[in-house]
Design a binder for this molecule. Structure first.
Ligand code: 13P
Ligand code: SF4
Length: 379
């Protein structure tokens, strides 16, 4: 424990949980005022409205990465999102040249609730990826296999990709990232989201038969034959988003029948059968842009996380916006970030007893950065 921490004991989380939202807001605002531009609060579009109201900047995964990479005045980032996003912000905000510009000072990145993970990111562990790569090397030429990881993955996977000549992609630059990969190799291994990988590759004239799915729990070769792997163009990982897989083709059919002229707008993490029925698709940022640019009176059924769709509904009363599922599809881990966690995190930071710091180890950060810089370049 540092001398500072001994002098000022950490605030406990529990008392914050019994405070009313207006009390929490007042205290959050006090820290923001006290710290000024040294504190940057970033929020992903899936966050709750009251959390979004306390952020300085919001974005999709790509934009948030860029904001962290470009940040100059701030010395601390409170990241209202999930774990992989905070890791990415730490790596990008603390690039060696950035640290040098700040005379050796790091930006502290904090995730207000450490349990805010991503179930999709958890579907691919580094050991599983390394084992799959080794097994693949017995069947195909891994020198010509380019790994592409969706940003929704642990930093260790991003480092693996950096070390093996690959790239990180987001939902907004997946096509450009695949094109980048095919300029450098003859095959791609795409993880952890099979749907983003498949939907993107189908739009590049790669057929389903050229996209075997690698199941890390299968006995051999991810559940594939040697022939299937030899004929492959994109090897997909058997991972998915539990929120987006709840949208079904029958929901699209129901909205089209009940609301003639309605447009279906989905996130590319949706399964192929829904994605192909949609009129428009894209990252959360693109979904917002689509709605903002539409004529008043437009009708939309949107297939992405509930909080974002509800916010769009409130912000655009001139349009008719529906949630593309009769059941609630919300991201339980994004929802873990609330005003109590944010206030607790900020007051501890201001008191010199920071909590929930996300710091990626140097070696992992170094190689992840290689893959993340490629991602930022190919947008
Ligand atoms: P984007 O905001 O980049 O579209 O990603 C959505 C998502 O699922 C984040 O986890
Ligand atoms: Fe992960 Fe899906 Fe939640 Fe995004 S919406 S953070 S992919 S679980």
């Amino acid at each position: 424990m540092t001398a500072l921490a001994e002098a000022a004991p950490q605030h406990e989380l529990k008392p914050y949980k019994s405070l009313e939202n207006d009390q929490l807001v007042e205290r959050i605002e006090a820290v923001r005022k006290q710290m000024g531009p040294e504190l940057l609060i970033l929020g992903h579009h899936y966050q709750q409205d009251e959390v979004i109201a306390q952020t300085d900047l919001t974005g999709d995964s790509y934009k948030l990465s860029k904001l962290a990479a470009d940040s100059s005045d701030c010395r601390a980032i409170a990241f209202c999102g999930v774990h992989f996003m905070a890791e990415t912000a730490d790596i990008l905000a603390n690039r060696p040249e950035k640290i040098a510009q700040r005379d050796g000072q790091r930006v502290r990145v904090m995730l207000p609730d450490l349990a805010a993970g991503c179930s999709m990111a958890d579907m691919a562990g580094i050991q599983q990826i390394e084992d799959a790569w080794d097994e693949l090397s017995e069947v195909i030429d891994t020198e010509k296999l380019i790994p592409v990881t969706y940003i929704n993955s642990a930093a260790s996977l991003k480092a693996f990709v950096g070390q093996h000549g690959g790239i990180v992609c987001t939902s907004s630059n997946a096509k450009a990232a695949l094109e980048w990969a095919f300029q450098r190799g003859s095959r791609v291994m795409f993880f952890p989201d099979q749907h983003l990988g498949r939907n993107t590759a189908l739009g590049m004239d790669i057929i389903e038969e050229q996209m075997p799915v690698w199941d890390p729990f299968a006995e051999e070769l991810g559940g594939n034959t040697e022939k299937q792997l030899e004929a492959s163009k994109v090897i997909l990982w058997k991972g998915h988003c539990s929120v987006h897989q709840m949208f079904k083709p029958e929901h699209v059919a129901m909205f089209r029948k009940q609301h003639p002229g309605i447009k279906i707008l989905v996130h590319p993490e949706c399964p192929r059968d829904v994605f192909e029925l949609a009129d428009e698709s894209g990252s959360t940022g693109k979904i917002i842009e689509c709605v903002e640019a539409a004529e008043p009176g437009s009708k939309w059924a949107i297939g992405t996380e509930l909080h974002l769709v509800n916010r769009l509904k409130q912000e655009h009363p001139e349009q008719e916006i529906h949630f593309l599922s009769p059941v609630v599809c919300m991201c339980a881990t994004m929802y873990r970030i609330d005003l109590a966690h944010l206030c607790w995190t900020l007051e501890n930071l201001a008191a010199g007893t920071p909590v929930n710091t996300i710091e990626v180890d140097e070696e992992t950060a170094r190689w992840s950065l290689v893959a993340l810089e490629r991602m930022l370049e190919v947008h």
